[in-house]
Write a protein that binds this ligand. Structure first.
Ligand SMILES: Cc1cc2nc3c(=O)[nH]c(=O)nc-3n(C[C@H](O)[C@H](O)[C@H](O)COP(=O)(O)OP(=O)(O)OC[C@H]3O[C@@H](n4cnc5c(N)ncnc54)[C@H](O)[C@@H]3O)c2cc1C
Length: 508
């Protein structure tokens, strides 16, 4: 048996690569053919941007510090479905929704986002009217959404154009930009509406107004609620984490994989190979393919594969596909990235006067601060800080403050502590801090993104797939969905190639 031949090689051991391997395995479990795959990850751990640090020794319970994502959205079901399928049902950790309150920094003060604002759209008049967050004119301008005719040409536009068109410039500055571009670490003036918030365009087209659409959605949900139909069902929190931290998700995936899973193994180049099935010394698979690919690894090993799934950043995929798919590589290079960082700080609770009465503060660009947002982690989730302690997480970098990526750790901590003192009156010395820098890590879905992705996909030769956060959804559920779809496409392509070869050989 040629141990260097695989039906599928998956490059990248983040959530996308791990999920792709798992779904391939699931799809093939019922299949009768032997099926070999390898999953290659260049670092010494699985999970990519999902990483959790557990800090013990300061109290009876540990601190659980997230370096990357702290949760996944449940409205997009694929993350939750995967966690349940992996047997993590009892480990799910919802956000503390009873204490859900977002603050927006307004003239230097954390100011509550008014009750009833759904996404960015007000659905309750009184709290919105009383909020100091927007000026009376800004509020009136938002109300014009009820009368402005919808755009119906289907064309993409930036998030900024959309929000300004429907709700006005103040709504963009105070609510949409910090809340919505914040999720993507994006600039609203470049961010594609169709690639990031297509639902808003759908609502606009269907209801003619965001406010009318949100109110209709609220009414429909109320009529479907357990109290309305007499059935009781436990409501699912909008965001979910795992008790031991987000890294439990990639760990559970990896534990169930039966393929060859290699850490500290980077792919350095991919070339088209002349694979002919009869030439294999001892075929481990009878799945043919018109072409095969050879992958050179950084340890010198050379693998052959019928199919390659690239679950790596787009700039890495571009470099690997330069020879095999130059047009696709040119498209991949055009997907822009920014760098971001987080710093988590732990405090003794009795050394902070602030009530930490919410999930945190988002910071509009117009406030001109060197940090982008603060999450009050130990309020947002249980089990993140031991009794008697508080854990905060500050976001920095991105396109708004790129210079913050390059300041040294000492200066960063100093700046962040100064910000916490000014914004939240926290002057205590943290018990510890942890800094995580994610360089060239955040793909930007600039306007026209979906067309660029479609062109990249169309330019890929048979047997090469790109998938994951750079393409059709950045969050964990979208990465899982894309991995699942890619696994299905791979199986289809391999089966089609197999049938073709069988037909050809029976014709000979
Ligand atoms: C600070 C931060 C906070 C976030 N918060 C959230 C959140 O709360 N909720 C949410 O849903 N999402 C969040 N995200 C986004 C989400 O974490 C990512 O989009 C997602 O984890 C990306 O997964 P991926 O597998 O596509 O890519 P990655 O995680 O980037 O994995 C790619 C892997 O490929 C490996 N690799 C690269 N080159 C090679 C090579 N040549 N050979 C082999 N391996 C290679 C890398 O080492 C890496 O492990 C956050 C991201 C960041 C940075």
């Amino acid at each position: 048996m040629d141990t260097n031949f695989f039906d599928v090689v998956i490059v990248g051991g983040g959530i996308t690569g791990l999920s792709a391997a798992w779904y391939l395995q699931q799809e093939r479990q019922a299949g009768e053919r032997p099926f070999r795959y390898a999953l290659l990850e260049q670092t010494d751990r699985w999970g990519g941007k999902i990483a959790t640090e557990t800090i013990t020794g300061l109290a009876a319970e540990p601190f659980v510090v997230e370096a990357g994502p702290d949760s996944f959205i449940t409205q997009k079901p694929w993350g939750l479905e995967l966690a349940r399928a992996l047997g993590l049902q009892d480990d799910l950790l919802p956000t503390n929704d009873g204490r859900r309150q977002t603050f927006v920094l307004h003239k230097g003060q954390p100011t509550p986002l008014p009750d009833g604002v759904m996404m960015i759209v007000p659905t309750k008049i009184t709290p919105f009217a009383l909020s100091p967050l927007l000026s009376p004119l800004g509020k009136l301008r938002m109300g014009l959404d009820l009368f402005i005719p919808p755009k119906t040409d289907g064309a993409d536009e930036t998030l900024a154009e959309f929000i300004e068109r429907r709700l006005g410039a103040e709504a963009l500055d105070k609510i949409a930009e910090p809340l919505m571009s914040g999720i993507y670490n994006a600039e609203a003036e470049r961010q594609s509406l169709l690639a990031t918030f297509p639902r808003f365009r759908d609502i606009e087209e269907k209801h003619g107004s965001l406010i009318k659409g949100m109110l209709a959605g609220k009414k429909a949900r109320a009529s479907r609620s357990p109290s309305a139909n007499g059935r009781s069902a436990a409501p699912t929190s909008m965001f979910m984490s795992l008790q031991g931290g987000m890294a439990d998700l990639p760990a559970a995936l990896q534990a169930q994989l039966t393929g060859e899973c290699l850490l500290e193994t980077a792919v350095t180049s991919i070339e088209t190979g002349d694979w002919i099935s009869e030439n294999l010394p001892s075929p481990v698979s009878d799945l043919p393919s018109p072409t095969a690919y050879t992958l050179t690894l950084d340890n010198g090993r050379i693998l052959t594969a019928n199919t390659v799934i690239l679950a790596v950043p787009a700039h890495v995929a571009a470099q690997l596909l330069g020879d095999v798919a130059p047009d696709a590589a040119a498209g991949l290079v055009a997907i822009r990235y920014v760098s971001t960082g987080t710093i988590s700080l732990a405090y003794r609770r009795d050394e902070i006067d602030h009530p930490l009465n919410g999930f945190g503060v988002v910071i509009p660009r117009s406030e001109n601060r060197p940090i982008n947002a603060i999450t009050w982690t130990s309020t947002k989730f249980d089990r993140r800080a031991p009794e008697g302690y508080a854990l905060l997480r500050v976001f920095f970098g991105g396109s708004r403050n790129p210079q913050m990526m390059d300041v040294d750790d000492g200066e960063l901590v100093e700046t962040v502590r100064r910000e916490l003192a000014e914004i939240m009156s926290i002057t205590a010395v943290p018990v510890f801090h942890r800094i995580y820098r994610w360089r060239q890590a955040n793909p930007q879905y600039d306007v026209g993104h979906l067309e660029r992705v479609a062109a990249i996909e169309a330019a890929l030769p048979a047997g090469i797939f790109v998938t994951g956060s750079p393409y059709r959804g950045i969050g964990i559920p979208d990465c899982v969905r894309q991995a699942q779809q890619t696994a299905q496409q791979v199986i289809l392509q391999l089966s089609a190639a197999s049938s073709k070869l069988q037909t050809e050989s029976s014709e000979v």
